[in-house]
Write a protein that binds this ligand. Structure first.
Ligand code: FAD
Length: 395
């Protein structure tokens, strides 16, 4: 079977739904189809707080159906291959869909299999992760059952979504262990493949103080490569060539290696064998002008966050419509991304920055200071803004 749509959006997550909604909100909206297999859409930024027992995991999931914009066609299937020279994609169900313009918003792939010994053990016996809806509850369970020992938090050597998330849950864990009186019987260890606590200096300075105050041990340039579930040991490669590090754990929060979805990697859309290669300001593909991409699967050299997607979507839509109408592509994305760094229950540092790592803060106060108001915004205001504003194409 073959079907044709003016604009085909592949992936109906944060980026795909925002773009589709903006297109369908127009006075003369183009024909839009969304290719997305999942019945549910998740607000992933709240998973940090699910892992710390602040909100339920069910509160982060909604029916995809309710967020398909009016008038858009939902094709409930997964893309199996891209053929941009023929303006076509094929689906797992065996359909071919052709398009005038294509928007690729497939998110990022979690490569759990790259960590030896993890398969079959994730979510059990203290090996936990906030990076999956299915395992996010295991973090909270491990915290509640923690009676002392090492709580180890990892950060991979690959690009990833929300690079702040691996440390946010660590700060919450530290706070929880203090509240429950077991912090003096425990070590909290951040074993990170990165070279520093954060990529933007202003916030890195503030976070280094938080780490110091909380007595957290850091092991930078260490990449988790193996989990020995039976002996409760995590094995780290020293990225500077030193000896491997083996840490005993009672609780191990794993953030997996990540990459572009395989379907992109094996397609002509991949710029460097990985991400969809787009121009960093216009979001237009560098080789196929009728293809655009945003979010975690794109080559945009910024922090992969929903906050970045919020700023990318209007630029993409403006440029896609300009192309359709034969106008010059003038809308430009400056790399804006944001990371609400929860530093404990009721405390948050709100990092906001652009491509140059220059802070671009929204509020008239120093956002590198821990504040309750910013925490409240994350818990109460941002989810509302996501479901009712961003996904509806209104902000
Ligand atoms: P997604 O929203 O992941 O959507 C991708 C879509 O593609 C999904 O619906 C998926 O089902 C679909 N798909 C996959 N494969 C196929 C296929 N073959 N065919 C068709 N469709 C397919 N961001 C923030 O801004 N602030 C935060 O505080 C924050 N915290 C986070 C904490 C955690 C623990 C995690 C995991 C993420 C966090 N993020 C945060 C990141 C944010 O959720 C992502 O950056 C954002 O969702 C990216 O949007 P996207 O559209 O690129 O991908």
């Amino acid at each position: 079977m073959t079907q044709h749509h003016s604009v085909l959006v592949v992936g109906g997550g944060a980026g795909g739904l925002s773009v589709a909604a903006r297109l369908r909100n127009m006075e003369n909206p183009p024909d839009v189809a969304i290719l997305e297999p999942s019945e549910k859409h998740y607000y992933q930024p709240l998973w940090t707080l699910v892992g710390a027992g602040v909100v339920s995991k069910e509160s982060t999931a909604r029916d995809e159906r309710d967020y398909i914009p009016q008038g858009a066609t939902w094709i409930k299937d997964a893309v199996a291959s891209f053929d941009p020279s023929k303006n076509a994609v094929t689906t797992k169900g065996g359909e071919t869909i052709t398009y005038d313009q294509l928007v690729v918003a497939l998110g990022i792939q979690l490569d759990w299999g790259k960590i030896k010994g993890l398969e079959g053990n994730l979510g059990k016996d203290g090996i936990v992760s906030n990076y999956l809806y299915e395992t996010v509850d295991s973090t909270w369970k491990a915290l509640r059952e923690f009676k002392g020992g090492n709580a180890v938090f990892t950060f991979p050597s690959t690009p990833m979504k929300c690079a702040g998330a691996p440390q946010k849950i660590m700060y919450l864990a530290d706070d929880w262990l203090r509240k429950t009186g077991v912090r003096d019987k425990s070590k909290v260890i951040y074993a990170s493949a990165g070279a520093a606590i954060f990529g933007v200096k202003k916030y890195a300075t503030a976070l280094a103080e938080v780490v110091k105050r909380k007595g957290i041990e850091t092991r930078f340039r260490h990449d988790l490569v193996e989990v020995r579930a039976k002996s409760r040991e995590a094995v780290f490669k020293n990225l500077d060539g030193g000896d491997e590090l083996v840490l005993k754990y009672e609780m191990l929060h794993v953030v997996p290696p990540q990459s572009a979805p395989d379907v992109i990697k094996k397609s002509e859309l991949a710029a460097d064998g990985n991400w969809v290669g787009v121009h960093k300001h216009t979001l237009q593909h560098t080789r196929f002008p009728n293809v655009f991409s945003l979010g975690d699967c794109s080559s945009l050299p910024t922090s992969r966050t929903g906050a970045a997607v919020r700023k990318q979507a209007p630029v993409l839509v403006e440029n896609l419509m300009a192309l359709r109408e034969g106008r010059a592509l003038t809308a430009s994305y400056d790399g804006y991304a944001s990371c609400p760094l929860v530093t404990g229950y009721g405390k948050l540092i709100l990092a906001e920055f652009d491509y140059d790592g220059k802070p671009c803060e929204s509020f008239p106060f120093d956002q590198s200071k821990e504040r309750y108001s910013m925490y409240a915004m994350k818990v109460y205001a941002l989810p509302e803004a996501y479901w009712n504003g961003m996904l509806r194409g209104r902000m």
